[in-house]
Design a protein around this ligand. Structure first.
Ligand code: CTP
Length: 411
């Protein structure tokens, strides 16, 4: 059995939706309470057809919240407070209908409203008929929710109440307890909780005309990994991403842009922040005077493209002032004399740290899975061994967290 030490003293808001598996939620409440968890329950209208409010109330030893419009429910405990006073929201059973309403961002009953209003982690335990689970609509809803950071346990394979066999059975109460304990155990290491971070990632596309653009070979892997690593340590991350093939990392709010100017505007809109990490390979130049018509071969030879310089996002964010993030980290993509160029770049851009990497064609860094970097700070250079980009991101996020812990202690 998993370690349940992380559970004591935690508060779970349990949403019980209408499925035959709702009876297992009563057992879940008991198992959680035995481990020192305070459980408060929201019962949907359909949920109340499968378990009685009285059973839920007796087991939670608390009011059961059911009605968005009830004056007593709302005045005693508004939906915002319901989610604010929990450490985790658990939806068990999570029906196809409730998952769809969550994915669509609906707020048409108390359960959906609480789930929309929360900034706490959400764990769902889906339970439904196998065909409903396998339906493209449910799968798409679940994938969307997971891309937004919703966590999932189950469903399990097995014989279902409707006599069909396959995935759809709700995870057993103790499996859900284990999943909850795992979430709280991870939670213990969230040194960046309460910090806001902006991360830029990917290339930018600079239009030449309505159909052509200037781009570069950046895949966005390193920037996306850094956004995910900072979010894992508890930071509220806005990832400003150029066009990439990557899925949005879990737990980050993602702004998709195309050009350098859009990237700058999105970064500025995300201020104030404590941390900025500029990992994007921003195009240095854009084409001047892009019209709304495609350039045509007119017999006069190739067109002369006049280029103009793009704003430097890293340098702009690094500029001293009230809105400057406390820690600004840039990247230096170099193809030779890496340390010398990168050290000069740190001074020129005004950032605090530079992550320098060699992007010469032989290294495979652009688009590849690994990276060899040097972390350049005011007090010296740390050269890291070649690692997967995820590992570089995790180590950088730890360095950021250490920086803030030291900073906090020094004050
Ligand atoms: N950067 C930026 N905005 C730009 C250009 C670069 O924010 N318009 C950021 C990158 O995200 C990176 C750092 O600046 O963090 C350095 O990028 P790099 O391409 O290595 O440097 P350049 O500024 O392009 O300088 P050079 O062309 O001299 O290498």
């Amino acid at each position: 059995m998993a370690d349940h030490a992380s559970l004591a003293g935690k508060r779970v808001l349990l949403v019980i939706a209408g499925g035959i598996a709702a009876y297992k939620s009563l057992e879940l409440i008991r198992r959680l309470r035995e481990r020192g968890v305070t459980v408060r329950a929201v019962l949907t209208e359909a949920g109340a057809r499968f378990v009685t409010p009285l059973s839920v109330q007796a087991l939670t030893e608390d009011t059961v919240y059911r009605d968005l419009w009830s004056l007593t429910d709302e005045s005693e405990m508004g939906h915002i407070r319901l989610s604010r006073e929990a450490d985790l929201l658990v939806v068990a059973p999570a029906t196809a209908n409730l998952l769809a309403r969550m994915a669509a961002g609906m707020a048409d009953d108390l359960a959906a409203t609480v789930l929309l209003a929360t900034d706490k982690p959400v764990l769902v335990a889906p339970a439904m008929n196998v065909r409903m689970w396998q339906h493209a609509a449910t799968q798409a809803n679940m994938a969307l929710l997971e891309s937004r950071g919703v966590l999932r346990v189950g469903p399990n394979d097995g014989v279902m109440a409707c006599n069909e066999f396959g995935p759809g059975r709700m995870a057993e109460p103790m499996e859900i307890v284990d999943a909850i304990a795992g979430i709280f155990a991870q939670d213990a290491h969230r040194p960046l909780a309460g910090r806001r971070a902006i991360v830029t990632s990917g290339p930018t596309h600079e239009p030449i005309d309505p159909v052509r653009y200037i781009a570069n070979r950046s895949s966005g892997k390193q920037g996306h990994a850094i956004a995910a690593a900072l979010a894992k340590l508890g930071a509220a991350v806005t990832l400003v991403s150029g066009p990439t093939r990557l899925p949005d990392p879990a737990g980050c709010s993602v702004v998709h842009i195309e050009t350098a100017r859009e990237m700058l505007a999105a970064c500025e809109a995300a201020l104030p922040a404590d941390i900025a990490v500029c990992a994007a390979a921003v195009a240095d130049w854009r084409v001047d005077g892009v019209g709304d018509r495609k350039l045509k071969k007119d017999g006069g030879g190739p067109p002369a493209l006049a280029l103009t310089e793009n704003p430097d996002i890293l340098a702009t964010l690094s500029r001293p002032g009230d809105r400057r993030p406390a820690l600004v980290v840039g990247f230096a993509a170099e193809t030779g004399d890496v340390l010398a160029y990168a050290t000069a770049k740190r001074a020129r851009k005004g950032c605090d740290w530079i992550v320098a990497n060699d992007v010469s064609p032989g290294t495979g860094t652009f688009g590849g899975g690994d990276n060899t970097v040097h972390l350049i700070r005011a007090d010296g250079v740390e050269s890291w061994p070649t690692m997967a980009k995820d590992a570089v991101a995790a180590r950088l996020a730890e360095a950021v967290a250490e920086h803030f812990i030291k900073d906090f202690k020094a004050k």
